[in-house]
Design a protein around this ligand. Structure first.
Ligand code: COA
Length: 332
């Protein structure tokens, strides 16, 4: 019998755009205030991509950093997944541009669309590819330039989002590192609770739709809030149960960074003190798919997780989508 395969996280990296936008700057442009944004969301600032920072550029920077930390060259990667809902172009996949930028070989490269759950979806799919033997070294990048779809005159949405990219390298391992249990799910009936309607095949762009500002994201904040808490809690509980561990064994929870009140509600429902829950949305806002790996990278940089520790990742996003993973950090 062949020994079991795992997909250890052997490298990680992140990238954010150059331009920093504070709450105060937004308050000079629209009817809002630093106090409102901080108290309702926990966000103090975010990074916003410029014209020379499309999704592929941020993704490639994060991917390069992850490969450097793994001590691997781009030629070692046989599979590249870019989780994004804000691709460079409708087609081809942004992953193909990133493959070119990183100077990789001719391995598989594809995009995965699961909005803010993109990284946990990608980790689940990527781990399956490695564990099945289809891939030996897989680069998973989650990158979004969500602000491209933001109406900067809509105070209900524009204060919430920022741009960024995070990446991990998965490598085949005989020892039990990487994702030990994961689940992903979706509820398509909630499709229009949060969406961008215009620009696809359903509603191609017309000047009339543009004049109605329909090319931008809209959402039902309160409903999303409710679904997010429930979705992340149920999915996290399932992942912990299926990993055969208890919440006491989890060193750190790294949740999707949308709103600190959502995170606090999840922690409360799971019976976890906030000291064991990582939060960095005050500095980045909601970076969509990039949010979980940005938080994971910072937690690792800050020494909050050490090799062998169990980390619980949980996310929720448009779709509606959700997913969680119990990860043993590090490698042999
Ligand atoms: N500045 C000042 N006031 C604002 C504002 C802003 N940026 N945005 C909204 N308001 C106003 C609203 O217009 C509303 O005013 P009204 O009562 O006169 O109509 C008031 O603040 C309260 O709005 P409400 O919707 O009750 O606030 P809330 O406590 O639910 O917080 C969100 C709003 C959007 C922050 C919150 O619902 C949320 O975070 N939801 C989840 C959204 C999300 O994370 N989506 C991505 C998931 S991946």
């Amino acid at each position: 019998m062949s020994s079991p395969r795992y997909a250890a996280l052997v490298g990680w990296g992140m990238a954010v755009p150059q331009r920093l936008v504070t709450n105060e700057e937004l308050a000079q442009r629209i009817d809002t205030s630093d106090a409102w944004i901080r108290s309702r969301t926990g966000i103090a600032q975010r990074y916003v991509a410029g014209p020379d920072e499309p999704t592929s550029v941020l993704a490639a920077a994060a991917g390069r950093a992850a490969l450097t930390r793994a001590g691997l060259g781009p030629e070692a990667v046989d599979t590249l997944i870019v989780a994004t809902c804000t691709p460079d172009r409708p087609f081809p996949a942004t992953a193909c541009a990133v493959q070119r930028m990183l100077g990789m070989g001719r391995g598989a490269a594809f995009d995965l669309v699961a909005a803010c759950s993109g990284f946990v979806y990608g980790l689940s799919v990527g781990t399956s590819l490695v564990r099945s033997g289809m891939s030996r070294v897989l680069l998973l990048i989650a990158a979004d330039v969500f602000t491209h779809f933001i109406d900067w005159e809509d105070r209900n949405t524009c204060v919430l989002f920022g741009d960024g990219a995070g990446a991990v390298v998965l490598q085949v391992s005989a020892a039990p590192f990487g994702s030990l249990a994961s689940n992903i799910g979706a509820w398509g009936a909630g499709e229009t609770l949060m969406a961008v309607d215009v620009g696809g095949t359903l509603l191609p762009t017309t000047s009339e739709l543009l004049s109605e500002r329909r090319q931008y994201v809209y959402m039902n904040g309160r409903e999303i809030f409710r679904h997010a808490v429930r979705g992340m809690c149920e999915s996290a509980e399932q992942a912990v149960r299926e990993a055969g561990v208890s919440f006491d064994a989890i060193r750190l929870v790294v949740p999707h960074q949308a709103n600190v009140r959502i995170i606090e509600a999840v922690a409360k429902r799971l019976g976890l003190p906030m000291e064991r829950v990582f939060v960095n949305l005050d500095r980045y806002g909601n970076t969509s798919a990039a949010s979980v790996p940005l938080a994971l990278c910072e937690a690792a940089e800050q020494g909050l997780i050490a090799p062998g520790d169990l980390v619980l990742l949980t996310a929720f996003g448009g779709g509606l989508t959700w997913g969680s993973s119990v990860v043993r950090w590090g490698c042999e």
